[in-house]
Design a binder for this molecule. Structure first.
Ligand code: ADP
Ligand code: MG
Length: 478
């Protein structure tokens, strides 16, 4: 039997505000427990929440970027449940009237096309605190530093049809919130986390199957694995005549499996009602207009511009704009070097990215700055060094041995472009290899590479490759 996979994602992105969403307490990751929580975050009786305007601006930014509806009026609601890390007994969230609704995000697919994914809604809410289980000897500790941290929850339509599509959507959204500068995107610290709703149905059926919701997976790789595990689990249940229960499941990365956590609660279990402590949020057209005018260039727009202005392939452009920092590094290097864009692309996506990956560094931490790379590329372009020698220079740049010119001079790497010098070496090589020469002339073309190799050896790789090829061809003819 063949199955369709259906996935909808709920992403919680932590907003990069200075203070909490309803209090003036600061937000900082890693502070000592309970040092960043005030009476409001602690849920003391008699205190009143005050909405953080910056959080509202950030939500509107997101709404505009996904071409969503931003209604003039939205409402904060209490979502009631008991948990030790939620001293108020309710979370302030939005329910029937969220700040952002009906948007979309275009995601790249593996076949090179894009797919438009509907975004049902995005709403503002506060985060809860955290239970601490280590070092409490049979008890649990509660840290309320995170209580009241502003979150935006972004809910997709059930329109993702494979784990790959889900990851593409997540990455596109991750990139977008960072371009907008509304979330730092740090998944390890939980600033960007995702619940994946997964169901299957017989191929072609219009009715959606029963879903399981996998909670809080915190890396792209784990989301993909968790979804794929879940798909297999559901297929095996249905193919053995069983039924899927609607439930919340937890992903265990060590065992690579999902486990049942609790049966799925219904919205009415939460007894949502408008929070009487907060007025409805009214947003004027003027407010939205100001934010719209200050929106930065977004990944998709940037990708199109890169293709148009620099003649990049959509693949290259897509890789570069996937991170704001990477695209800025590329453009800066290009502007400084004035070499053909493709040369910059090849180095940024090739040697530089490889070195960053190997050393587990982000582009901002690169020891080779755009200035340094630009000078290296200029020396390739003006034929001072060959592309191959440039790799040696790049390694020295990476090790911090000065700029490209210094390294080329110190290591004597300057390319030999003097025609007579190259000819002389070719003559020497030919004189030393009479039998190879004879074989070549009697039709063994493959030996061309042997001669190139010998000349390169004799010049320590410094002969200009194009010149060498050309001169060698002439000499070999005799
Ligand atoms: P909640 O999980 O809070 O009850 P919703 O019912 O609005 O909220 O659904 C949340 C997410 O589940 C959405 O992203 C939606 O696309 C997705 N979803 C809903 N039904 C299905 C389904 N049958 N299969 C997969 N995903 C689904
Ligand atoms: Mg949910």
């Amino acid at each position: 039997m063949e199955w369709d996979v259906v996935i909808g994602l709920e992403v919680h992105a932590q907003l990069k505000t200075q203070s909490k969403i309803f209090s003036g307490a600061p937000i900082a990751y890693g502070a000592l427990p309970n040092t960043q929580a005030c009476a409001i975050d602690l849920g003391m009786p008699g205190v009143l929440p005050v909405l953080n305007a910056e959080a509202v601006q950030m939500a509107v930014k997101l709404g505009l970027a996904i071409e969503a509806t931003i209604p003039p009026r939205s409402v904060f609601a209490r979502k009631n449940y008991f948990y030790p890390d939620l001293p108020k007994g309710y979370q302030i969230s939005q329910y029937e009237l969220p700040i952002v609704s009906k948007g979309h995000l275009d995601i790249p697919l593996e076949n090179g096309t894009t797919k438009r994914i509907g975004i049902t809604r995005a709403h503002l809410e506060e985060d809860a605190g955290k239970s601490l289980h280590e070092n409490f000897h049979g008890h649990s500790g509660i840290d309320l530093n995170r209580a009241g941290t502003p979150l935006i929850e972004i809910v997709s339509e059930p329109e993702l049809y494979s784990a790959k599509e889900a990851i593409s959507y997540l990455k596109a959204l991750h990139s977008l919130v960072r371009y907008l500068d509304i979330c730092d995107g740090n998944m390890q610290e939980g600033s960007f986390r995702c619940d994946a709703n997964v169901s299957i149905k017989p191929k072609g059926d219009s009715k959606l199957g029963t879903r399981a919701e996998i909670k809080n997976v915190n890396s792209f790789r784990f989301v993909e694995r968790a979804i794929n595990y879940e798909i297999e689990r559901q297929i095996s249940i249905l193919e053995n005549g069983g039924k899927i229960t609607q439930e919340t499941r937890l992903y265990d990365a060590e065992k690579n499996e999902t486990r049942s956590m609790r049966s799925k609660e219904e919205a009415n279990d939460y007894r949502y009602f408008p929070d009487p402590d907060l007025l409805p949020l009214e947003i004027s057209a003027e407010f939205i207009k100001t934010i719209a005018e200050n929106l930065p260039e977004l990944p998709q727009q940037k990708q199109q511009r890169f293709e148009r202005e620099y003649g990049l392939s959509s693949y290259d452009a897509n890789v570069l704009v996937s991170s704001r920092e990477l695209s800025e590094y590329f453009e800066k290097t290009l502007a400084l070097s004035k070499v053909p864009p493709k040369l910059v692309v090849n180095w940024v996506m090739g040697d530089l990215s490889a070195a960053l990956n190997q050393n587990n560094l982000s582009i901002e931490q690169s020891p080779v700055t755009p200035e340094k790379l630009a000078l290296l590329l200029q020396r390739i372009q003006d034929n001072t060094i060959s592309g191959k020698i440039a790799k040696t220079v790049f390694e020295a740049l990476w090790q911090g041995e000065g700029d490209a010119d210094t390294i080329i001079a110190q290591k004597g790497l300057k390319q030999v472009t003097d025609q007579s010098a190259i000819e002389k070496i070719i003559d020497e090589v030919l004189a030393k290899s009479p039998s190879q020469l004879e074989q070549y002339r009697s039709g063994k073309d493959k030996l061309f590479g042997y001669f190139v190799g010998e000349v390169m050896k004799a010049t320590q790789g410094k002969a200009n490759p194009q010149q060498l090829n050309q001169l060698l061809k002439q000499k070999l003819v005799g």
